[in-house]
Design a protein around this ligand. Structure first.
Ligand SMILES: Cc1ncc(COP(=O)(O)O)c(C=O)c1O
Length: 393
């Protein structure tokens, strides 16, 4: 593997990074050198193959209106085949400038105002926004915490799916924020319920490349023709390769009628195609990014093991969940017996650690924190040390 740099912390102060700006808003006194661990993007040097390719592209190519090229389409379908064992027809791909816009579009395309949309909670917060801002109802199916592992409450899901007003299931796989990679058995049970109750399934698989050793991601639509026919699989190179700012997502919809309805709703927003650098960045990521990704996965695994060990030794009242996928470490701080304002003050004022607070993901997240651990190991270690010191005081 080339010698990629996973040790330099890119200080994004002054670069209009949403995450770094939010840290400074939370505590304007934060000194230089402190990194935030909240929003799911990376403060690491980019994969050089993508940046070099984009630079060459911009130097050579007018940035006019651009359609998806065969090279782009082949890169996407090739990635799905190689990394996920998933045969995707080029016709199934629909582009959106992000997965979040696709969630909003799907809610409008497959439900009516007032309908119920089921989500497993805690949930990635734009799931709630996609439902509420479109005047649909959030129907919560809280995950269960069984012996330290989050699982789906299938009994309740079955009951909720049986209610005729509930039309759609927004599902996150791998799951943000709990870090679960759902097993084929879990996915099959979920698929059976979706099919039995005639739901449309939006499977947000944006984290599908980010799976830790010992686990395997299963793309929902690979489970069979019947579930594929009612599923939209949301994919993107944005989490995997830190390209969220480019705005390129591929929504894979094999059923022609489902695809027609989704595309019509997307087109009704006036959005028809991605930018030229977005297509190119996605193509470069999926054709040249594989070795870099393997390095990133090694970093996430090391940082996860470090976090577990460190917290067990220094803050054993905090539960660090097994991270199966994503780079988002979910932790339960309830054992410390602190209220939200106290916890926030200790973290943001004393420890200078800036996590995504658990309640961002819904009421089920109270007392939890989510830490983005895809950062240089030294930065993660320093943050954990500050955290332990602040809690000892
Ligand atoms: C589950 C999930 N979906 C979607 C997104 C973001 O999607 P996008 O930036 O492509 O709109 C994220 C980002 O963290 C996410 O975790």
């Amino acid at each position: 593997m080339p010698d990629y740099d996973f040790t330099t912390l890119v200080d994004r102060s002054g670069m209009s990074s949403a995450k770094w700006n939010a840290m400074r808003r939370a505590n304007p006194e934060v000194p230089p050198g402190i990194a935030p661990f909240s929003v799911a993007d990376l403060d690491l040097p980019h994969p050089p193959e993508i940046i070099d390719g984009l630079k060459a592209f911009i130097e050579e190519t007018p940035l006019g209106y651009t359609a998806p090229s065969a090279a782009f389409t082949n890169a996407v379908t090739g990635w799905m085949q190689r990394r996920h064992g998933w045969t995707v027809d080029a016709d199934w791909l629909v582009q959106t400038p992000g997965v979040v816009p696709a969630l909003f579009t799907a809610v409008r395309a497959f439900s009516e105002p007032g309908d119920g949309v089921i989500v497993q909670t805690p949930a990635y917060h734009p799931f709630y926004l996609a439902i509420e801002k479109n005047r649909r109802r959030v129907v919560r199916n809280p995950l269960r915490l069984d012996e330290g592992r989050f699982t789906i409450d299938f009994g309740q899901l079955e009951r909720l799916a049986a209610e005729p007003a509930n039309k759609l299931l927004l599902f996150c796989s791998p799951h943000n924020p709990t870090g679960r990679v759902w097993t084929p058995d879990e996915l099959r049970r979920l698929a059976e319920i979706v099919i039995a109750h005639d739901l449309v399934l939006v499977s947000d698989e944006i984290h599908f490349d980010l799976v830790l050793p010992g686990h395997r991601h299963t793309v929902m639509s690979t489970l069979g023709a019947e579930i594929a026919a009612r599923t939209l699989v949301c994919t993107a190179p944005s989490k995997t390769f830190n390209l969220a700012g480019l705005g390129a997502s591929n929504i894979v919809i094999s059923d022609p009628e489902l695809r027609r309805r989704f595309t019509a709703e997307r087109d009704a927003t006036g959005f028809f195609f991605l930018t030229a650098p977005a297509y190119k960045g996605c193509e470069l990521a999926y054709t040249k990014g594989e070795a870099w990704l393997d390095g990133l996965l090694g970093l996430i695994d090391r940082n996860h093991r470090l976090t577990r060990r460190f917290m067990a030794d220094h803050l054993p009242q905090v539960t660090v969940f097994d991270l199966e996928g994503t780079y988002l470490q979910w932790m339960d701080f309830r054992g410390l017996g602190l209220g939200a304002p106290e916890l926030r003050a200790i973290h943001q004022r004393e420890a200078l650690v800036f996590f995504e607070e658990g309640t961002t993901f819904g009421e089920e997240g109270a007392g939890f924190e989510r830490m983005n651990i895809a950062a240089p190991t030294a930065a993660v270690e320093a943050a954990l040390e500050r955290l332990a010191r602040a809690h000892r005081r």
